[in-house]
Write a protein that binds this ligand. Structure first.
Ligand code: GLN
Length: 288
């Protein structure tokens, strides 16, 4: 039988040959997934012998990863805001960059007890909406998406996280058919220019949903659609927090100010990229 130690060395070598950077770390993750062990047990018990069923499962996981399927698809999950989200090929993989939006909500809404209404436009796995609801126990919200397959995953995530009583999910193009106004509107819209899609790393270009990535000819098409939706859906004192691609802060800011929103704040991700605009209704101009 093969020991953890041997399996790890072999898996790391194959991942390395497949061009995967953190091969040792990923080998460890795959092995703990297959064996159902915590990382400590994989590291602490190199002599543990893996049975045939385990080796078959490891082989299947390794060959998927070497084909550059995202780790989140192979594991079927991804951590975001320290919560576990199920991820499928129909949903954008939650990224640490998007945690910038959740942090920004916490900075701008100090009272955690508020009865907020939250709207997430293009919810995908539901990660933004559900992370926010997890921080505000009296908040409730709606996640919208054009993809029913994504909404099914988001709903399942809300149940697993025990947030389903406060979250509903609706299929629509942006806010079609939606009623009401919201205190917080968040969105991570598709923002990659179409011609750049095929230049992305294989995990993204080959396996992630185009629908969640393709921002049209200049990457800004969905922000143009989103602007008027934010104006309609924001309460007078509400704030909108939208994710940006690198270098999009200026042009997106212009799109938003043109429809009558003010830029309240701009937040950077850990890589120093301006990743989030915080918007509110511009104060009404008074005649004088
Ligand atoms: N952050 C993603 C990427 O760079 C894109 C997500 C999006 O288009 N909203 O791959």
């Amino acid at each position: 039988m093969v020991t953890i130690s041997t399996a790890l060395t072999d898996a790391a070598r194959r991942l390395d040959a497949g061009g995967i950077e953190n091969s040792r770390g990923e080998a460890r993750l795959l092995l703990s997934h297959v064996l159902g062990f915590g990382a400590e047990k994989v590291i602490g018990h190199p002599e543990f012998e893996i049975d045939d069923a385990g080796m078959i499962e490891l082989e299947s996981a390794l060959s998927r990863r070497v084909r550059r399927e995202p780790m989140s698809h192979v594991l079927g999950k991804r951590e975001f805001w320290s919560l576990n989200f199920r991820v499928t090929p129909d949903t954008l993989d939650p990224r640490p960059d998007s945690e910038t939006l959740v942090e920004a909500v916490l900075k701008h809404v100090v009272d955690r007890g508020r009865r907020l209404r939250v709207l997430d436009l293009g919810t995908g796995t539901g990660c933004l909406l559900l992370a926010i609801l997890s921080e505000f126990p009296n908040a409730s919200g709606v996640g919208m998406d054009i993809s029913q397959a994504a909404l099914d995953v988001a709903k399942e995530n809300s149940e697993t996280l025990g947030l389903d009583k406060r979250a509903e999910f609706l299929r629509a193009e942006w806010d079609t058919g939606l009623a009401g106004e919201f205190d917080i509107v968040v969105s991570n819209p598709p923002y990659i220019p179409t011609r750049e899609l095929n230049l992305l790393e294989p995990e993204v270009a080959l396996f992630e949903p185009r629908l969640a990535l393709d921002g049209g000819i200049d990457g800004l098409a969905e922000y143009r659609a989103l602007g008027p939706v934010l104006v309609r859906r924001l309460r007078s004192q509400g704030i909108a927090l939208i994710e940006l691609g690198a270098g999009q802060s200026g042009p997106v800011g212009q799109i938003m100010t043109r429809v009558g929103l003010d830029i309240l704040d701009q937040r950077h991700d850990l890589g120093g990229v301006a990743r989030c605009l915080v918007l509110r209704h511009a104060p009404a101009l008074t005649n004088c």
